[in-house]
Design a protein around this ligand. Sequence first.
Ligand code: 5GP
Length: 196
Amino acid sequence: MPPGRLLVVSGPGGVGKGTVVAALRERLPELAVSVSATTRPRRSGEVDGVHYHFLDDGAFDALVGSGGLLEWAEFDGWRYGTPWAPVGEALAQGRPVVLEIEVQGARMVRSRYPEAVLVFLVPPSEEALRDRLRRRRADTAQQIDRRIAIAHWELRQAGEFDHIVVNNRVEQAADAIARILAVTPAVPRGPRHTGS
Ligand code: 5GP
């Protein structure tokens, strides 16, 4: 099996990474979508093991300590990370893998997998982002303001990414990312699970 390709979809929280990745998966059923670990409390409607692996601080520390995370970062007071094993397995099977993660994590992926392709999804406007965060009803007004402030910082990091895609229409954004993935080279030497 040829090794797979690694795609990172990043961008401000609320920009619609999950929706765009779901549309991308319809186009590419073999695409493996990484399920992150997080210390954030579960929102209503979220399922443990499907949306995230919801961990307490001790379990997250253990995962970091054992080298079980490909990358991790703190975001708005909670920790989020990508479990390495399922990503390594999918890549070894020759499947493309997508990580939906924030900017600091994307940087860490770049340093470990320089051949990974980094896509930055941007909202058509700040108002659109605010609307999405409001409609999600998961955050209080104060949390939304905090996330908008983080988004301003994140948007300034867009230049580090290989591609910038505007999420105006989900289908178009997914098409654009599918085209990017089609010309993405494979990760040459398989998973780099160093265990440290
Ligand atoms: P939320 O709390 O809204 O689900 O996620 C907050 C931010 O963390 C979003 O930008 C989301 O994409 C990002 N995130 C989710 N999983 C991971 C992960 O495994 N690693 C990193 N670095 N960020 C993540």
